[in-house]
Design a protein around this ligand. Structure first.
Ligand code: OFO
Length: 165
């Protein structure tokens, strides 16, 4: 069993993962419309991963005798001012998600909910990769530069970002 408080924060996290999935889908749409096919593919994949994160949390809440709440997602940005802004938003989102998991972990620790803590470890590790990829993508803007065919090259490189844990 999980406490009402842990159940509530896990449901908030389910909503955050669903929100992440939706914004990545929106980023994929923007990139596709603006000719950045490599980045569109990257964000489609990220959107699916976030959906998977959402489902993992959702099933955990149910497995632990709680009520998993299917979230309502609104306020998804459709337009971005620049290619770079898409990646800045993506990194901000991942940093916020890591912070959110740290807050849940702190709550579990306080309640001595070691079962949820153990479940959360997968996400804490996953965030290392998620933040790394988002940061690497944004760094391409500095390394390659946006002038000339720069944005086109950045787009080609986004898909080949790898993480070795
Ligand atoms: Fe990209 O983060 Fe989910 O958990």
């Amino acid at each position: 069993l999980i406490s009402a408080e842990i159940e509530a924060v896990l449901n908030q996290q389910i909503k955050k993962e669903a929100y992440s999935s939706s914004i990545y889908l929106s980023m994929a749409s923007w990139c596709d419309r603006n000719g950045f096919d490599g980045s569109a593919d990257y964000f489609f994949k990220q959107a699916e991963e976030e959906r998977h994160h959402q489902m993992k949390l959702y099933k955990y809440v149910l497995d632990m005798g709680g009520t998993a709440i299917s979230p309502e997602i609104t306020n998804i940005k459709i337009e971005y001012n620049s290619f770079r802004e898409v990646f800045e938003d993506a990194l901000d989102q991942e940093v916020a998600i890591t912070q959110s998991f740290k807050n849940i972990a702190a709550k579990c620790h306080k309640e001595q909910d070691f079962v949820t803590m153990e479940f959360l470890n997968w996400f804490l590790k996953e965030q290392r990769e998620e933040e790394y990829k988002a940061r690497r993508a944004l760094e391409l803007f500095e390394v390659i530069g946006e002038e000339g065919t720069g944005r086109w090259q950045i787009d080609k490189h986004v898909g080949s970002i790898k993480y070795d844990s």
